[in-house]
Design a protein around this ligand. Structure first.
Ligand SMILES: NC(=O)c1ccc[n+]([C@@H]2O[C@H](COP(=O)([O-])OP(=O)(O)OC[C@H]3O[C@@H](n4cnc5c(N)ncnc54)[C@H](O)[C@@H]3O)[C@@H](O)[C@H]2O)c1
Ligand SMILES: O=C(O)C(=O)C[C@]1(C(=O)O)C=C[C@@H](O)C=C1
Length: 291
């Protein structure tokens, strides 16, 4: 039986809390949140049993799951490791890894930390967005495994197995490069698609009466919180800029072909893009539908 603190009682922390409680092997779930309304809501919803300030939570917890914006994780990790009792383990669930790993690489208590990233989420945020089963069958990345102690890795693995996550290992730079393409670029693309259509709507009344499910599915991520995404884009600016340059090249080529009537090349571009089908089918097979 473990006492687990959820630092950041929003979508990611709250969803983890729901499944940890359901599994039944936690003594107590403690919430830490800088937003008093979120803290109160997390208790009301039964995500956590009570709220404590970070220092008090750290003193009584076996595990602390850190699920706050990545800029806040970068700032908080060194002081959290400073105040950590010897057997406690800190696991961060942030969407970037290079700067977070760098922030504590030389810390004397680095072995008590596990840098992780569950590839699961939604476009909603805050405690009311927490979902049971969010992590079931999803991938989880642990970075710089070699710097975590066996005890920390074992403890983290217990938590991840309870959530139904499947863990793989990567170095932080490799992680950040890959997520720039498969996660961060999708969000930029969706935010800017939303913005483009909203801009046009100022002059073209009723444009949204024609919006169907195609529009809704490509623009879904534009509903995501800037509080979470601005720090991710900032921390991963290097790899995201490369990904954006590749994307812009394709967009420009598409526009050139369209303007010059090169229909055959447009057709070929779309045919090449269809290669995404088996890739997505593969992802669907390893990721059962979220409850
Ligand atoms: N949303 C996703 O799809 C997703 C997926 C995987 C990982 N992540 C990562 O998980 C983390 C949390 O994301 P989320 O979607 O749960 O966000 P969220 O906005 O739903 O929840 C974050 C919570 O942290 C609190 N908070 C912010 N700064 C704090 C601080 N300094 N101290 C204490 N509490 C603080 C907020 O009040 C909020 O309740 C982020 O690092 C994000 O990159 C998100
Ligand atoms: O499905 C969504 O809504 C998500 O945004 C989830 C998603 C992703 O891009 O796949 C978002 C950020 C993460 O760090 C991990 C998962």
């Amino acid at each position: 039986m473990k006492t687990i603190s959820i630092v950041g009682t929003g979508l990611i922390g709250g969803s983890a809390a729901l499944d940890l409680r359901k599994a039944g092997n936690v003594r107590e779930l403690i919430g830490v949140d800088q937003n008093p309304e979120h803290a109160a809501r997390a208790v009301e919803l039964g995500l956590v049993d009570r709220i404590l300030p970070l220092q008090e939570a750290a003193a009584v917890s076996d595990v602390l799951l850190v699920a706050i914006p990545v800029s806040a994780i970068q700032k908080l990790l060194p002081s959290l490791l400073d105040m950590l009792p010897p057997q406690a383990v800190v696991i961060d669930l942030g969407s970037t890894k290079s700067l977070l790993c760098e922030a504590v690489r030389q810390h004397p208590n680095r072995a008590q930390f596990v840098a992780a990233h569950p590839i699961a989420g939604t476009e909603y945020s805050g405690p009311t967005a927490a979902l049971e089963g969010l992590y079931q069958g999803k991938m989880n990345i642990i970075c710089e495994k070699e710097l975590s102690s066996e005890h920390a890795l074992h403890t983290a693995q217990e938590v991840f197995s309870t959530l139904g996550l499947k863990t793989i290992y990567m170095q932080p730079e490799e992680h950040d490069k890959h997520v720039a393409y498969v996660s961060h670029l999708s969000h930029v693309s969706s935010f800017l698609l939303g913005l483009t259509v909203l801009d046009v709507e100022k002059d073209e009344r009723n444009i949204f009466t024609l919006a169907g499910s195609g529009f809704a599915s490509t623009v879904r991520l534009a509903k995501s919180s800037p509080d979470m995404w601005a720090p991710i884009f900032e921390q991963n600016a290097h790899f995201l800029s490369h990904a954006l340059a590749e994307y812009i090249k394709h967009l420009q080529r598409f526009q050139e072909c369209l303007q010059s009537g090169q229909t055959q090349e447009l057709y070929q571009m779309m045919q090449q893009a269809n290669q995404i089908r088996p890739v997505l089918d593969g992802i669907a097979q390893v990721s059962p539908v979220v409850k």
